[in-house]
Design a protein around this ligand. Sequence first.
Ligand SMILES: Cc1ncc(COP(=O)(O)O)c(C=O)c1O
Length: 447
Amino acid sequence: MNLYKHPHGRVFYRKMNHGRPQISHADGIYLYDQNGKRYIDGSGGPLVVNVGHGRSEIVHAMATQAYRAAYVHALMFTSQPVEQLSAELAEVVPMTDARFFYLSSGSEVVEGAIKLARQIQQARGEGYRSGSSGRHLIIGRWQSYHGMTLGALAVSGRPGLRAPYLEMLRDMPHIAPPYAYRDPVSGTEAADRLEAAILEHGPENVAAFIAEPISGASLGAAAPPDDYWPRIRQICDRYGVLLIADEVLVGLGRTGKWWGIDHWQVQPDILVTSKGLAGGYFPLGLIAAKHDDVELIRQKFGDWNHGGTFSHHAVGCAAALATLHIIQREGLVENAARMGELMGRLLRQSLADHPNVGDIRGRGLFWGIELVQDRETKRPFPAADHLDWRIWERAFALGLVVYHSQGCADGRDGDIIMLGPPLIVDEMQVTEMVRLLTQAIKAEIGD
Ligand SMILES: Cc1ncc(COP(=O)(O)O)c(C=O)c1O
């Protein structure tokens, strides 16, 4: 089945062999194409749209700032939205006395966090400025995704995405992630892989560990056992390794708490977030770091050796501030927790007994369904079957947009379908999404 085969004029896209309908407008959780067809935005794009489409409050805040001063260079000026947003975010990030740096995407803030970790280590006297080239490694995890730029890809754990560029990467060490469905070890055992990697490479060479607090698209909302993150924090502290929480996807209420890592009350040293930060109305990401570390860099070096033309964008920060106010005023973190419970219950009711549904997992409004050929052996479908894509297409035809990925089982095979709608959803909408997704799965692989 290929619904939209039309080639696209002079534009090229990531997926090149299928066309796409043109969206004419959007409202709440719904998108409408040029022909009037309605789609439920069941994944908010790639888990971006959190406060819904068509929020005039955000549009107004952006327009007001654009009229006042659309762009000022962060080397020379600051703006009211960037200062106010940072003051208000400091109240909700899991970090004492946080400082914020703004860029334009998830990849950029991951890239920035990697460089910030290195500079913090240098400021502490752990890097080359103390006479060695130490603390230059960032340990990542397999089955993870941190972005498309070469530095972010080097810490990511998606073999297919890394393959064409491997020779160009300064590759980084990886450990296996906690993945209860296929690797049922305790959180402590999974975390101890970090200690083993630090010892293997030498603590004096390791700057930081980066991970998604709850796995994103690569493992479809797999959460670690409760003893994982506290143990990771202990190990990082023991070896002077900085902990970077990649909250690009799971931050800002998505999983029913403000931050993914809040489920375990662990404080990272650096936190990055992006997707929902400005509600999808502006491309924006941020790096949060501890005041003491930022201050140390200021005292030692005067500057952080990093920047960007569009950093600290005033219009972007105005959009993020308005988004933050909506999340707080409408209680969307709580709604994500409540509606997420319902979504999980309904998914299990309608799909848990399906012979090809291996696992249903999630937190808040982020749920993943892992599909298998055989539930006993957990044997995945071959990647070449493109099952994830076929189900995605079925759902799309039914007017439901979901998210999908491949490679969870072994880096190549293993299909996951994900739901992650805007956090404003109500019970009826959750029920309709689960009904349509169930219909799509059954239409593609039978009852
Ligand atoms: C956890 C995580 N980190 C980083 C990124 C990269 O973000 P972006 O696509 O905005 O560059 C993503 C994107 O999916 C992500 O899920």
